[in-house]
Design a protein around this ligand. Structure first.
Ligand code: SF4
Length: 171
């Protein structure tokens, strides 16, 4: 009995895919986060790797202490003025391509800390690809953000810093 694949089915099959698509699949299946827990949101971030949430299912459980071994920065918590240059340096030390998730109200907008000491949104410091709302966002919300990022990678959407550079802005 012959195998009768439609053109679409054939395109989807691994053997007939392009090297580029396979590269994207490999990349999205092994996004390694750099730990950047700054406040209470970090507790929820840490939970995603435990057995209840099991982020390993999506290949993103390998949190690295070194930015050289990470391609995703999850900013979990408020960013102080003093921490901003450190955060920027760590982001610069991460190899390309790299992505940033802003986790929680404080990281995305300063949250309840509308004062001189706190950066009112980490996108003033590094380009952000995904914003996860909440105070704190629960582990499922963070995982949803990671899945959205994986979709972007699979679709070939460049990271935010690359898009900014293409538009002539300094990331
Ligand atoms: S968003 Fe809420 S839980 Fe997260 S760091 Fe700010 S105050 Fe804490």
């Amino acid at each position: 009995m012959g195998l009768n694949l439609t053109q679409k089915e054939a395109e989807k099959s691994l053997l007939l895919t392009t090297v580029e698509k396979m590269g994207r699949w490999a990349q999205k299946s092994s996004v390694w986060p750099a730990t950047f827990g700054l406040a209470c949101c970090a507790i929820e971030m840490m939970s995603v790797t435990n057995s209840r949430y099991d982020l390993a299912r999506f290949g993103a459980e390998v949190f690295r202490a070194s930015p050289r071994q990470a391609d995703l920065m999850i900013v979990a918590g408020r960013v102080s003025q003093k921490m901003a240059p450190v955060l920027r340096t760590i982001w610069e030390q991460m190899p390309e391509p790299k992505w940033v998730i802003s986790m929680g109200a404080c990281a995305s907008s300063g949250g309840v800390f509308d004062n001189y000491a706190i950066i009112q949104g980490v996108d003033h410091v590094v380009p952000v690809d995904i914003y996860v709302p909440g105070c704190p966002p629960n582990p499922e919300a963070l995982m949803f953000g990671i899945l959205k990022l994986q979709e972007q990678i699979m679709q070939g959407i460049p990271p935010k810093y690359q898009r900014l550079a293409m538009e002539g802005h300094t990331p």
